[in-house]
Design a binder for this molecule. Structure first.
Ligand SMILES: Cc1cc2nc3c(=O)[nH]c(=O)nc-3n(C[C@H](O)[C@H](O)[C@H](O)COP(=O)(O)OP(=O)(O)OC[C@H]3O[C@@H](n4cnc5c(N)ncnc54)[C@H](O)[C@@H]3O)c2cc1C
Length: 382
């Protein structure tokens, strides 16, 4: 196992200070390792996640070579030639487990943002003190965007949040964590070959969730009540002005509708399983409030906005992969983790084999299936 940094590198080096997992502690499970602390319904800090993964690496005696950056993987006659900054390796099979979130995805028009506005990604952001005083435009209203918008607004900076397609979820539903419902009702176990529009499912943004000791919901209504100004999707920069799409009302109704449908699924599951009495009665939440007027333009040179935070998602980095295994969008082509090249596999990508594939609790089932294929591949070729 080659790791360019240390074990749990992404949790150590690529996350902001206040981040906690959005999955509850009981859900952080790896083969043979479960959370056994006093707060199963709490959410781990980054230090705790790092410690948890280190504990797993030690318990599983994973043969990790840290500080070994893979700079190229090429196909040879009978396998692969791997170059690292600590030497060369020849092997018959490669499992790409380099993560789905290696770099922030920032739109090209970021280059047209005037120089007087500082630009940050979640990889640069650590805490509000990192930003200049004054207004902040946070772009993207998924898990990262809503969390950073709330933290920055609380720091006293006026925040404008540019909202694109998003997934609204309450933190708790009928007295249980919403991720308990995803888990128990089988939504998270839905397999990739049972999903109608897999491409879409793989691109779905992360849900608007935050892990806090108080188990609070952090949706757009909460942010608006805190004073965050909501604007539409940032579409372009023209003459130093940010141009936002209209249509907030439609986007909000769509997210509300999808949330209601998901909650209906949970209710049906509880009824069908005879578990209604274990949980509180069904709840329905206030629709997302549409601002009375929302700006369609913002003059980036006026001094109102001093910083832009791009919370526009993440993408993998395969610049080192010298095998033609990527599609036109730069995503790895694979069928449930089995790439189209003999002996090439992947783990940890969105909906790789199940909806839970990119979460810590999702790796075990996926790894079993992928490694089963890999061992059969190696056995046949012996
Ligand atoms: C902001 C954020 C919040 C998240 N919150 C949660 C959460 O609450 N709960 C949850 O379950 N999941 C969460 N996730 C998803 C999380 O990324 C996965 O659960 C988990 O980290 C995936 O593990 P992984 O090993 O597949 O990928 P990663 O953790 O990304 O690990 C990949 C490793 O590969 C190394 N690497 C990459 N390229 C190379 C190379 N060329 N050579 C050598 N090494 C390389 C990296 O250094 C890294 O250590 C979150 C993700 C993000 C971005």
């Amino acid at each position: 196992m080659l790791e360019r940094g240390q074990v749990a590198n992404s949790w150590r080096a690529e996350r902001w200070d206040s981040l906690r997992l959005l999955t509850p502690n009981w859900q952080s499970r790896l083969p043979g390792l479960r959370y056994e602390g006093p707060d199963p319904d709490g959410y781990m800090t980054m230090g705790e996640v790092t410690e948890f993964i280190e504990r797993f690496a030690a318990a599983s005696r994973a043969p990790v070579r840290t500080g070994a950056n893979v700079t190229s993987v090429r196909r040879t006659g009978d396998g692969y030639h791997v170059t690292t900054d600590r030497g060369e390796i020849r092997c018959r099979a490669v499992v790409i487990a380099s993560g789905a979130c290696n770099q922030p995805a920032v739109p090209q028009f970021a280059a047209a943002v005037p120089a007087c506005v500082e630009q940050l990604t979640p990889f640069d952001y650590r805490d509000p003190a990192k930003l200049p005083d004054g207004g902040v435009l946070v772009v993207g209203a998924s898990a990262t965007g809503v969390q950073l918008a709330a933290e920055l607004q609380r720091s006293g900076r006026p925040v404008t949040l540019s909202v694109g397609e998003h997934v609204r979820l309450p933190r708790t539903y009928r007295g249980r964590d919403v991720l308990w419902w995803m888990d128990a009702s089988g939504v998270w176990d839905q397999r990739y070959d049972e999903i109608d529009d897999l491409t879409r499912a793989r691109r779905l943004p992360s849900p608007q969730l935050i892990g806090t000791p108080e188990r609070v919901t952090l949706d757009l209504n909460v942010l608006a009540s805190m004073g965050v100004e909501l604007v539409g999707r940032w579409a372009a920069v023209r003459d130093g002005r940010a141009l936002f799409s209209g249509g907030l009302r439609n986007m909000f109704s769509l997210a509300d509708l999808k949330m209601r449908r998901l909650l209906d699924t949970f209710d049906e599951w509880a009824r069908g399983q005879g578990r209604d009495a274990e949980v509180r009665p069904p709840e329905r939440f206030e629709p997302t409030r549409v601002p009375e007027s929302n700006r369609l333009q913002l003059d980036l040179g006026s001094g109102e906005i001093r910083a832009v935070v791009w919370a526009t998602g993440f993408r993998p980095d395969y610049r080192w992969l010298g095998v033609p295994a990527l599609d036109a969008k730069g995503q790895l082509c694979h069928q449930g983790g089995v790439a189209g090249h003999p002996g090439l596999y992947a783990l940890g990508l969105p909906v790789l084999r199940r909806r839970k594939s990119t979460f810590i609790c999702g790796i075990e089932d996926d790894a079993r299936a992928v490694i089963d294929h890999l061992t059969r591949y190696l056995a046949v070729r012996q």
